[in-house]
Structures are given as C-alpha cells and as structure tokens.
Ligand binder design. Sequence first.
Ligand code: ADP
Ligand code: ASP
Ligand code: MG
Length: 452
Amino acid sequence: MTQEVPIVVAKFGGTSVADFDAMNRSVDVVLSDSQARVVVLSASAGVTNLLVALAEGLEATERFVKLDAIRKIQFDILERLRQPNVIREEIDRLLENITTLAEAASLATSPALTDELVSHGELMSTLLFVEILRERGVDAQWFDVRKVMRTSDRFGRAEPDVAALAELVQQQLAPRLAESLIVTQGFIGSESKGRTTTLGRGGSDYTAALLGEALQADRVDIWTDVPGIYTTDPRIVPAAKRIDKISFEEAAEMATFGAKVLHPSTLLPAVRHDIPVFVGSSKEPKAGGTLVCNKTDAPPLFRALALRRSQTLLTLHSLNMLHSRGFLAEVFSILARHSISVDLITTSEVSVALTLDTTGSTSTGDTLLTSALLTELSSLCRVEVEEDQALIALIGNELCRSVGVGKEVFGALEPFNIRMICYGASSHNLCFLVPGSEANRAVEMLHSNLFE
Ligand code: ADP
Ligand code: ASP
Ligand code: MG
C-alpha cells in the first residue's frame, strides 16, 4: 500500500550537522522538499569518535579533554540559537550523563555501556536541529527512534527486527507525520529489555532506509559531503566521476566492499520495497547527485572501484585436507561460532586462504580476530596471519562473462604484488588484495586505466 501523500525520509550525516551553519544548510534542504517529512540525523562530526574514545575507558585528564571537546562542539551550536536557554538544560543533562557514563567506563568497559554512551551524539544533534527548525518557524517534533527501532542485543552491531519496527512505526511514528515534521536519530536502537543499542559505525544510512521501508516511503535521501556516488572515492582519485544513476545491486556491491558513502546494509530495505535512494551533498544541493534504483539504462562493464583497508588474511594449512572431506565444514563452523562472516576465500590442495574485515566496524571497535578464534583454528591446522591488507573491488556487470577483463585489469596492475584474487562467484565483482601501503596507488592506476 502506498501512502496518499508522498513521504521522503531525509538523512543527514555528521558533516551535514557538524555546526550551526551546516545544520542551517541541512534545514534549507529539508524545507526545499515538501515531501521530506522524516529527518534522520547522525551525531555532529567528530562527536561519535570522541564518545567511542570515552567508552574505551580513559584516565581522568584525558577524559576531561574529550568531554570538553564534545561540550564545545554542541555549545558552539547552542550559543548561536536566538534562545539557547530553551534546550540548554536538556543538553546539559545529556552532557552530565556522558560524564557519568565515561567515568563508569574508566572503571569497567562493556559493549552495552559503550552503546549507551555513544547514543548521546545522535540524541544531542537531533535536539539542536529541532530547535533550529523551530526558530525558523517550522513545526518540528523530536522523536526518540528507540521507541520503534527494536534490535537484537548484539551491542555495537545490533540487527534490527524488521517486523517489530514496521508495527511500532505504524503505531507510534506514522500518525505523527500528519502533525509536524519529525526529527529522529540514526544509528541507535533498543533491545527487548530497553537497553540502547547501535547498528554499527555509519549506521544512520541504514536507519533511514529501515524507516523508509517501515513507512513505505517514496524515496530515501542520503545527504552527505559529496554530491553523489562516484566511480571511486573522490578523496583518493580526484578525477573520479559521478554516477548519475546506478542499480541497487551495483550500489550494494560498492557499499559492501567499502564505499563509505553508504553503510553496507542501507540498500537491503530499499531493495525489499523498491524504494529509490538518492545521494547528494547538503553543501551543494543544486549540484545534483546519484539515484540508486531498480532499473538503469545499459549497465556498463566497469562501474566503480571500492576499497576496504585493514583486512586480515588468514591462511590455514593442513595436510589432512588432502583427499579428505569435512575440513572446510569444520573451519566454517568455527568461524560461525565466532560470528565471523568471511569475505574472500580461495582454496588449494592443502590450504585455504580467507579474509576478515578487521576495520572495527562495530561501534565498540571490537576486533574480529580474537585469541579464542586463533586458538580454535590452530587446534585444527597451521594458521598464518597477515595484517594490513587492502581489499580492492572492481564493481561491474557481466564481468565474468566478458572476454578480456583479466588482461585489462591485471595489465593495469602490473607494478603491484597481488596477494589474492577472487573472481567468478558474482558477475558483479572482481576482488583482490594488495598490501595496505600500496592500496591508494593501485586504485589510482586502475581508475586511470578503466575509467578515465
Ligand atoms: P556521512 O557522515 O554523511 O555519512 P561519510 O563520511 O560516511 O558521510 O561518507 C561520505 C564519504 O564517502 C565521502 O566523503 C567520500 O570520501 C567517501 N566515499 C567512499 N567511496 C565513495 C564513492 N564511491 N563515492 C562517493 N563518496 C565515496
Ligand atoms: N554517528 C555514527 C557514526 O559516526 C553513525 C553515523 O554517522 O551514521 O558512526
Ligand atoms: Mg556515513
């Protein structure tokens, strides 16, 4: 069922709510689209990192430095309001909470405490944004997303309960849309006992798409600091070109393989309900952007390059693998027990190589490669660990059904030591590992050969 009045969910990332001027630019963007009825915000840029540091448990002096830095970011915004006193008490209360929780973390850290602490970034940015909207004459309502965003209790990387979310959104959020503009938090949720959870770093994109799905929205807009999705990260390759229209599959592959512009799970809800996702810059809204949708015209062979740093390569050697059955099953059951999803995998007669994403994508920054995992794997086989690898993914269409791809790609990569290659499982990607220190140069060279 589609709504009678179209709904757009507009999400603004950290740089789009970094300070008073950025927030006002984002307000301009919201007001320029009468269909934008739900606004999802990240914490102001820098705040989540400071909160994560506090959650790791700091000694008093360092703690005060971080607390001051957070206070300064939020007060610089507050003080520019015409009537700062309206929410000063509320912001002060949240800052006091942060101080108490950070003190607790310095005594004993825990994933639940970390999520409670880091959630304050989004709580503060949304309160300030609502006040700016009100001062600009807009009837806006602050909404605590934790009332509807039910998740598992996997703190730091909680999984949303999509059915519960849909029901709660219809009960508690949808009726409010007729009353006023809703401003809510990205990234955070709550588990069944009511404790605060987070969806993993960069998770506000995912929140926006999940709310879009639950509200049966007509579009989800992701407003960030780049006017769209580019052929590769424009910070690495300034010659990267904007992609005006891209399919869900291609954009999902890009996000999965490290294009930070979208959180990897963002497109799951969008695909389920066929909701187009627009990506644009809140600094230059008129510069246009990228539309991610179901259909694109003539998808190109090579679409984009994505890069993910901090990958760990595990090579498992076992003579028992020779002519035996069940070795891989054992390896994967160990990995499953440790909740590890493997990215790339290659096998040979007596060894198997696999990569783990160790970028610390949980909000708690936990490493996946724990000593418990290594001990278990070592009881089965000899384990070799190579850290600081970079995974480069070439995203495209019909890659493994086209001639000449190998020559074109690896010809361009001649000067590099390619540590591992994965190709053939998906016609949308060709992935390989290079040493972390060579990643930027490899992306530049490949981009200049395939896209410029
Ligand atoms: P936000 O805080 O708004 O969520 P992010 O920093 O998470 O913003 O994502 C935007 C950044 O993603 C850009 O500044 C850019 O450096 C990076 N990025 C990586 N790959 C791409 C890509 N292919 N196209 C555009 N931006 C990309
Ligand atoms: N504030 C959170 C982070 O920095 C979530 C987000 O920005 O999407 O990871
Ligand atoms: Mg982001």
